[in-house]
Ligand binder design. Structure first.
Ligand code: UDP
Length: 404
């Protein structure tokens, strides 16, 4: 079914009720969906698209070439850019191309009802210029670098946090209307009750992720540690300095970037997963993947690790490497079934998509008929004077509607 050429809130609502709003889902342009190995956001987008499509929604996935989905797939750029993550050249090209396609669809009488963006800063900064309301999932932290950006541009889309911790850190002037966690598909992850005698750390080789601290904790505990993950551009010095000297082929080993069955097996057979992060990580897919496999976590209580890890139930919170090495001794006391259950009851893909359906519903209900394409673009002078009137963020505390 196609949308009528003139959108009214009522038309849109009735289509939500019937279960078929037109959704434009924007993955980042860097890595194909689903990712073959590394790619947290791409894994989230893949799961959302599959579940939404299976529920009968009309979903178009905009993503890097090589992407596959039950949704309609559109790849505006010629290539994926796994080694250029964050490049303004490709992000600008991608978002402008996607927004052009969305506006052309509206002009042709087939407007999208909602744009759900996971692609990053450019799509949010330009969200007020596209012909459908934008939901922007916050995949990064609020920190000293990003705060001014969200204060200036956050009001242009409906912002969705992915954890309570991230929601709490929203600056006072930035309205984050909803919180919907990232999803995990339980069937993808094998529950393993009987563990091998090694610890696992998995992630990109960024110092904030703490591979070097995992090494220190494992060495102090006298345990084997497997490290896995990509060494991305800009991380080679850190890897050479802080990781490589400790790799001995026995106690501390490096598996490189892993995917497929190897990744599942590493998660499932590990005695415990180490998460010695030193940043306000907004979510952390590796934690829910490990827990889905029945593998407990020992984490520093930073960011979403404070809520994903329930101390004494599915792992432990520890203050530093010393406490981490002590906590490793207690891992056998954690029940693998409880680990999996702790994920199933909070992050199962069905729960998460229920949350996003409610967000889309609210956005579409509120959408006034937007400036039609023929009304835009406004002349540059008008844009400039209009920009001065855009409020720099909305005042008051965030309207907390935590959906999961
Ligand atoms: N990952 C992977 N292979 C690797 C390292 C990581 O497939 O060698 C995956 C991991 O399973 C997770 C994602 O990459 O799904 C990383 O997402 P996370 O949210 O943990 O970290 P971030 O997005 O901050 O890098």
């Amino acid at each position: 079914m196609r949308a009528p050429s003139v959108i009214t809130p009522l038309d849109n609502l009735s289509r939500v009720v019937r279960g078929a709003p037109r959704i434009a889902m924007l993955a980042p342009p860097w890595i194909p969906v689903p990712p073959r190995a590394y790619g947290g956001i791409e894994a989230v987008v893949a799961l959302l698209c599959e579940e939404l499509a299976s529920r009968g929604h009309d979903v178009t996935l905009f993503a890097a070439p090589g992407s596959r989905s039950a949704a309609r797939v559109c790849t505006p750029l010629e290539r994926a850019h796994p080694d250029d993550i964050g490049s303004a050249l490709y992000e600008g090209d991608y978002v402008a191309s996607v927004y052009d396609i969305i506006d052309r669809a509206a002009m042709n009488g087939e407007p999208f009802d909602v744009v759900h963006d996971h692609s990053g800063f450019t799509a949010l900064a330009m969200a007020h210029r596209v012909s459908a309301p934008v939901v922007h999932t916050l995949h990064g932290p609020f920190d000293e670098h990003t705060r001014p950006f969200y204060e200036r541009h956050g009001h242009k889309a409906r912002l969705v946090a992915i954890s309570h911790s991230q929601l709490e850190q929203a600056p006072p002037g930035v309205q984050v209307a909803d919180a919907v966690s990232n999803p995990v598909l339980l069937e993808d992850w094998p529950l393993c009750e009987h563990k091998d005698d090694y610890l696992l750390w998995m992630g990109r080789m960024d110092p904030v992720k703490g591979a070097h601290r995992a090494i220190a904790a494992a060495r102090r505990a006298g345990r084997r540690l497997v490290l896995a993950g990509p060494v991305q551009p800009g991380q080679h010095d850190y890897f050479a300095r802080a990781i490589a000297p400790h790799l001995d082929g026995h106690q501390i080993t490096f598996a490189g970037e892993v995917g497929g069955e190897r990744r599942k097996e590493l998660f499932a057979r590990a005695k415990g997963f180490l998460m010695p992060i030193r940043w306000a990580e907004p979510f952390g897919m590796v934690m829910v993947e490990a827990l889905a496999c029945g593998t407990p976590i020992v984490a520093f209580p930073e960011g979403a690790a404070r809520e994903i890890v329930i101390h004494g139930e599915n792992g432990f919170h520890v203050a530093d490497e010393l406490e981490m090495s002590d906590a490793i001794e207690g891992l056998d006391a954690i029940d693998p079934f409880r680990c999996r259950e702790s994920v199933a009851e909070r992050y199962a893909v069905g729960i998460v998509v229920d949350g996003y359906e409610a967000v889309y519903d609210r956005v579409i209900r509120r959408a006034t008929p937007r400036a039609r394409f023929s009304d835009r673009p406004r002349p540059l002078t008008a844009r400039r004077s209009g920009a001065a009137q855009i409020p720099h963020g909305r005042t008051g505390a965030a309207n907390l509607e935590v959906l999961t």
